[in-house]
Design a protein. Sequence first.
Lengths: 405, 340
Amino acid sequence: MPAKNVTRRKFVADSGLLVSGLMAMGLPVWRDQFAPSDKIRLGLIGSGNRGCGLASLLKPMPGVELIACCDIQPTQTKNALQYAAKGAKAYTDYRQLLQDKNIDAVIIATPLFLHYQMAIDSLAAGKHIYMEKSVSYDIPQAVSLAKKVKESKLVFQVGYQYRYYSLYHKIREAIKQNWLGKITHFECQYNRNSNWRNPVSDPKLERVINWRMYREYCGGPLSELCAHEIDMVNYLLDGHPVKAVGLGGINYWKDGRDTFDHVRTVYEYPEGVKAGFTSVLSNAFNGYNIKIFGDKATIEIQREQAFIYAESTENKKGIVDGVTGATIEATTQGKAVEIPFKKPGEEDVEPTTFAMRDFFECIRQSREPISNVINAGESSIAIHLGNMAMDKETVQYWKPEYSIR
Amino acid sequence: MSRCFLILICCIAFFVLPAFNTARGKELLPFYVEGIAQGTTYHITYYAESERVSKSQVDSVFKSIDRSLSIYQPGSLINRFNESADGILMDQHLRNVVKKSMFIGRSTNGVFDITVLPLVQAWGFGVNRKVTPPDSVAIRSLLDCVGSAKLLIKGNYLEKRNACVKIDVNGIAQGYSVDVLAGFFETKNVRNYLVEVGGEIRVRGKKYPGASAMRIGIEAPAKTATDSQILQHVMEIPGGAVTTSGNYRKYHASDGKKITHLISPATGYPFTNELLSVTVWARDAITADGYDNALMGMGLKEAFAFLSKHRDIEAFFIYKDNSGMIRDTATAKFYQQIIK
């Protein structure tokens, strides 16, 4: 029972965020130019599992140092500090962290509902931002944030690390080279067989720790799991969906959660291409999986591997009797052929490492990130369309006012 | 006993009677043989009164060629040559392909060279796909193993002058296979056919009913994920072979630069020029297939200069111009065959 007592307002108040009025943050101060020898000094906002994971990846990276960590739970901050520089500061209020003029950039790894305000405040404080996905709690926030980032001169990158992963670069190239022929459908799933909960030491912390269970804090499996796949389909098709339908429910984990434990959405992209996104929390077969259906072949993308399955070799008799072209490597229908994707000399590291390195390069070179507020914002809008479709049980359309390009 | 008899009657009814019908009418029917061979697909269409060639016959032709020419098949004749210290006795297939390759090598001043295998392997396009590009020292030392002058044909014996010499006939073997299959159909008295293996085509005669010319589509790299218009042009040819060499399918990237599978035997580095693909029309497929790779290596200007002196081959090019636009161009006679 106490677990349900914490309202969103209380959550915010507990975390010391609900301080009335804007804090006097002073004028934005940031270094326009980084000398190659200058270290980029970072602050971590949100030191939970993901925040600590990011901090641990940062530690061995040259040219950067983590000089402050923040979380409403001091035990989490303590965990993150082990990856920080000597003398790094601990905060419980992120706005105090933002006042630290030594900090050049922040990493935001907090629950989704906090993203927008933290991003806005960080921009106002002149900090470059690496924010975990997804971008916003609702569509107006995504639209507003895109505008504010564009007005700033700051680097704003979103943690869609697969945009930095050579596996997806290769798939995009394969599509461009017509390995699949005409593509009509994507089938994506992000399944697991678990209640998706973290252990709670004190019942009062239930909603703080297991925020993914509650709509007040996030969009459920679509915003927290399928988000990556939605972003990847947008990337592979170079665009965003135009409409969405969906059904969702809580029909397995009836444990007090109010986000769905089972979602099924279908999006339509330009030219009638459809993409299904499913998340089922009671079956882990093929957990993370994307299939791309073309009239020549199917590509199946797993976490760290991709396979191509040729369609049958039946000769399509049409306007021509034969086709000459660069030799297509073929196989029997249904037989998996692994697609090699690693670039020469590519390290075997988690894609997030590539994403973070590029974030630092963007800061040094004043360059727009690959996973920026536009494409990440569009992924967020798509997520909300799907959630709205499931809640209202009606088709949701991409409206002209969602245009953020 | 009576059941066997009944089955026999049925067989006669099904297979023999229709044959009589077509034989009487002399009507040519299309027959299709399709499958997978040499790591790619093949499609054969032929027109005859009745079935003349079966899929298993076609597959056995491929098998005999692969036993000789495939570097992907352990123990093949070509692999035994590559592993040998000084050479090997050739069979008919290897002899045909090596002789033709050396001829094309001489006429292209070595742009086409089957001894390029050690470099192809070093660049990660061999049987084992490595991903670390070779350094200049490694390339220099491999160049000692490359060059047709290090190969000698003495009767049926193929001799290497250096044990490290290795050959790769992949650039020409598919065209050769198309010719061998065409020859096989000729021996079966088939005079109207289209043989295609991995995009390399040989045509004779017309298609029926209607006795119209066969049409060949020239493929182009797709522009978008949902692009279904992948045929750049459609051509009609009275006969001969059409083959394409393109680097838009087989390449990998290094430092953002695309490395193609076509490696220069002179420099040891991949060819870099504006060409995305070359389609060649020639008398037979071994000729077309041998020259398409060489023209790819030459680049547009040199390729046209070469073609002006070799009037027996015609070519079509897809290339990127200075502004990055994809364009095409062709020899005049090739253009005459294009219908859309």
